[in-house]
Every structure is written in C-alpha cells, then in structure tokens.
Design a protein around this ligand. Structure first.
Ligand code: CUA
Length: 322
C-alpha cells in the first residue's frame, strides 16, 4: 500500500512537456470555473429582487466588454492549440538515431522484437537515455500502446505501420496498457516496460536463448518462401532485385514513384499488385495468410540489410514530407 499519486511518475523526456501543458489547461479551467461561479453567487446576492414591484433597468450593449470576452478566450485557445501542436509534432518525429523496436499487437498480447533477435511478450526492455522508436502493427483489431509514465499513447492499427518514440529518463519498471477496447480480454492486455541503464540493457540484449537477428530470421523466411527464385540479387529474375531498394525511390508501372520504406515493403509482400515496379509484370502472388506480421517485420529487416541507399540531399519538394 502506498500513496495514491495524482499523476504517474515522469519517466521520459515527454513527461514534463505533456504535464506542463496539462497544468496550464487545468489552471485556465480552475480560474474560469472559480470566476464564473463566484460571479453567479455575488450577483445573485448583490442584485437580488428587493420588493414585489421592482423592475430591472434595461441594459444596452457594451462594446468594450464584448470585445474583451471574444478576444481573450480566442487568445487563450490559440495558446492551447499552438502549445499542443508543438508537443504533438515533437512526439510524432522520432530522431534518426533512435533504437528501432517492432511491436505486434494481437488479441490479447503485445509481441515485441528487437533487431538483435530478442523477442518478448508483454514485456519491453529499453535503455535509459536513448531514443527508442516503435514500429507497430496489429494482427487483428485496433489496439493502442500506452505507457502512462512516458506520456506515450499510439494506436496500433491492422494493415499499416504506426510509429511512436520516447526517451526514458529514469531506470524502473513501468505499466504498459492497451488503451483501445479490443474485446473480452482487453483489460488483460497489459505488461511492463523495463527501463535499464545502457550497460545493463546491452547485457540483457546478449543474454537469453541464442537467437537469430531479425534480418537473419528474415533471410530464412525469404528462402523458405522461395522469394529468391524471382527476386535474384543480380536483377536477372522475373521480379526486381531487392539490393539497395530500401530507402530508394522506386519508379512504378503506369507512372509515379514511391519511397521504399517499411510500409511499402510490407504492402508489396501482402498486396503485390498494389504498386508494381516499372518494367515488371504483376506476377507476384500475395503472401497474405502465409506470413505473420512478425514474419513480415523480419522480411522488412532482411530487405533493409541488403543495403540502404543513402538519403538524397533534401530538395524543396521533399522537405515538407516529415
Ligand atoms: Cu488490445 Cu485493448
């Protein structure tokens, strides 16, 4: 039995940012609630009807008053909007050097995979003081990845990747919740995040049963599914070579281009006909139902390991993207 805290502990760099905004919103709400109810009681007493025959004096508009009660709330709501948007943008842009971790939600558990090969269920180990980027998807319905101590909540949606990131500031054990009603055992879809000093995290990563890295598992899947029969590395196959594809801009049949990111690789595995590479026939069968979302993640990492095109210098057209 401990105390009942009003707020969860602040254990990430976002936590103070989000809390300061919340304190501001609370202060504004308290100020106006007290002001409005105080005025109601004061006026009710001060201007109460004193005799049966008393008639109020008619009141005409007051321009100064009307301007004041329009401009002040407008200014306040704009501050809330601007402040909230800046926190939101900060939370939506993971830094480039973030540690990537993959998350798959399903009824009713969290499955997590580290690049180095360690896999966890309903537990996530992360280093303190380093940004961590989560790439998340769901095998069934919408879930939501919620770590109150980090002030992080992001929907996990079937059929697409969503991302979020955070940087833990304090070693410790923190609640992980599913924050989107997802069926009977939604309330049991919970777990723990263990934030560890970097040294301990490295030891944890290399501990546990010997496991293949994500890209090695992906390579194994690639061979099992006979992908290499068509995707020959030298480009002589019926399907394009995947060497150096990740991060590049792919020309599509019928015009247009697409940036080869995680979402594009995933789509090309599950719905190959959606975006066909220019110069190739749409001969690839779908692998929907043959690969799990975890398998897709491994294949994505394998494709990444085949080489990443260095990012092109930003052009005016591209700067607005992220
Ligand atoms: Cu998963 Cu609620």
């Amino acid at each position: 039995m401990g105390t009942l805290p009003l707020f969860p502990v602040q254990a990430s760099t976002f936590a103070p940012e989000v809390d300061h905004l919340l304190y501001f919103l609370l202060a504004v709400a308290v100020f106006f609630t007290v002001g409005i109810f105080g005025s109601i009681f004061y006026f009710a007493v001060r201007y109460r009807r004193r005799s049966e025959h008393e008639l109020p004096r008619p009141v005409h508009g007051g321009m100064a008053l009307e301007i004041a009660w329009s401009v002040i709330p407008f200014g306040l709501s704009m501050v809330m909007f601007g402040w909230g948007a800046s926190v939101f943008f900060h939370e939506s842009r993971p830094p480039d050097d973030a540690v990537p971790i993959y998350v798959v939600g399903k009824q009713w558990m969290w499955k997590l995979q580290h690049l180095e090969g360690r896999r966890e269920i309903n537990e996530l180990h992360i280093p303190v003081g380093r940004a961590v980027r989560l790439t998340m998807t769901s095998e069934d319905v919408i879930h939501s990845f919620f770590v109150p101590a980090f002030r992080t909540k992001q929907d996990v949606v079937p059929g697409r990747y969503s991302t979020t990131w955070f940087k833990a500031t304090k070693p410790g054990k923190y609640h992980l919740f599913c924050a989107e009603y997802c069926g009977t055992r939604h309330s049991g879809m919970i777990g723990w995040v263990y934030a560890m000093p970097p040294q301990e995290y490295q030891e944890w990563l290399s501990g546990g049963p010997a496991a293949a890295t994500l890209s090695e598992s992906g390579q194994k899947l690639f061979e099992e599914l006979a992908c290499a029969n068509c995707h020959k590395p030298d480009g002589t196959g019926r399907c394009p070579s995947l060497v150096g594809v990740f991060g590049s801009t792919v020309k599509l049949a019928g015009g247009g281009t697409v940036k080869a990111d995680e979402a594009y690789i995933r789509e090309s595995i599950l719905q190959p006909a959606a975006k066909v590479v220019a110069g190739y026939e749409p001969v690839m069968p779908t692998f929907q139902g043959q690969v799990t979302e975890e398998g897709v993640v491994q294949l994505v990492e394998y494709v990444k390991s085949l080489g990443v095109k260095p990012a092109a210098p930003p052009t005016p057209a591209a700067t607005g993207k992220r």
